[in-house]
Design a protein. Sequence first.
Length: 194
Amino acid sequence: MGIEFSKNLKELRYRGYGWPGKTVAISHNSDNTITTNELTYEQSWGKILQKHRPWRCYICPDHTGEFADIAVGDPWYKKMNAPDSGQSLILVRTQKGKEIINRAIKNGYILTKKAEPKILPASQPNLLKTRAALWGRLMSLKMIGAPCPTYQGFHLKQSWNEQLSYIEKVKSIFGTIKRVFKKSLKTKQNIPFN
């Protein structure tokens, strides 16, 4: 972003100011001027953060917060310049979550309206395929002796069998093997904790 992270940095927002939001850094300079640097969503997520995405994200089965009381996501079924930009999808999964959301509505923190369940898959169209590819990724890790997490309750093999084409299955296996060797994920890493 072209800024020095120092005591002059007064505000840093990721995905603030509307939807899908911008990354904004505001610095107060010694000469009493204010410098604002910003990146679009495409610049921050697509060109920077995706390059540094942790390996663990590639082998996560739960990109939708299935075990959370409340999950919040992007409504990607809309165009980014839609007139009602700034809205998020809220999925309440438990009674506790419902109570929290109802209190937030009552206290004026959020405004809500009911939406049709069919917009959920349309809002995150890649997530079903991403989860379906996970079984092949995990099998690839096991085949080459790399560390491999174990998941229960996600029906990964069934998703793999039913939702992916042959080509998608092959890509998930060989793409995983390529990433493991490219990122040296088979090599034991010592991570210092200070």
